[in-house]
Design a protein around this ligand. Structure first.
Ligand code: FE2
Ligand code: FE2
Length: 147
C-alpha cells in the first residue's frame, strides 16, 4: 500500500471481531441442525436441517477466508484471472439463468406446500449462482478494475 493511503475498513479490529463472532455462531447452528436431525425422520425437515448444516459449514470456510485475507494474505482479483476463463463464465451464467427460468416455471405449476417449499429454496439458490457469476462478468467489462 502506498504511503499516506487510508487503510481499508477490513483492517480494523472491529471487522475481524464481527467475522469471528459470526463464525462461532456457525458452530451453534451446526449443533442445532444436528440436534434436530436426531429428533426427526421427516424427509422435509431433514432436508432443511441438512441444507442449513452444509451452508453453515460452507460459511465457516468463507469466513475463514475473509479472516485470512486480513491477517495473512490479501485477496485479489485481476482482469487476467477472469479473462483466462474465456467464455466459460458467460456460458455458465446463461445456464444458471435458464435454471432460474425452469425453477420459476416448476413453481408456477405446483400447489403443494412441500413442493413449493423446496422449489423456493432452489430458486433462491439458482438466483444466487447467477448473481455471483454476473458480478464477475460485470467486473470484466468495468474500465476501472476494483478489488
Ligand atoms: Fe451462516
Ligand atoms: Fe445453479
Amino acid at each position: 500500500m502506498a504511503k499516506g493511503e487510508k487503510k481499508p475498513a477490513e483492517q480494523s479490529n472491529q471487522f475481524l471481531k464481527i467475522i469471528r463472532d459470526w463464525q462461532k455462531l456457525e458452530d451453534e447452528t451446526i449443533k442445532f441442525s444436528d440436534d434436530m436431525l436426531k429428533k426427526t425422520k421427516n424427509p422435509l425437515i431433514k432436508m432443511t436441517m441438512e441444507m442449513i448444516k452444509h451452508d453453515s459449514q460452507k460459511h465457516k470456510v468463507m469466513q475463514q477466508m475473509l479472516i485470512d485475507s486480513v491477517t495473512k494474505q490479501a485477496l485479489i482479483l485481476s482482469p487476467d484471472d477472469l479473462n483466462n476463463l474465456g467464455d466459460g463464465l458467460n456460458r455458465h451464467m446463461e445456464a444458471e439463468a435458464r435454471s432460474v427460468e425452469l425453477a420459476d416455471e416448476a413453481l408456477k405449476n405446483s400447489e403443494l406446500f412441500a413442493t413449493k417449499y423446496v422449489l423456493s429454496y432452489l430458486i433462491a439458490d439458482e438466483q444466487k449462482h447467477h448473481n455471483l457469476l454476473s458480478k464477475l462478468e460485470d467486473l470484466k467489462k468495468a474500465t476501472v478494475f476494483v478489488t
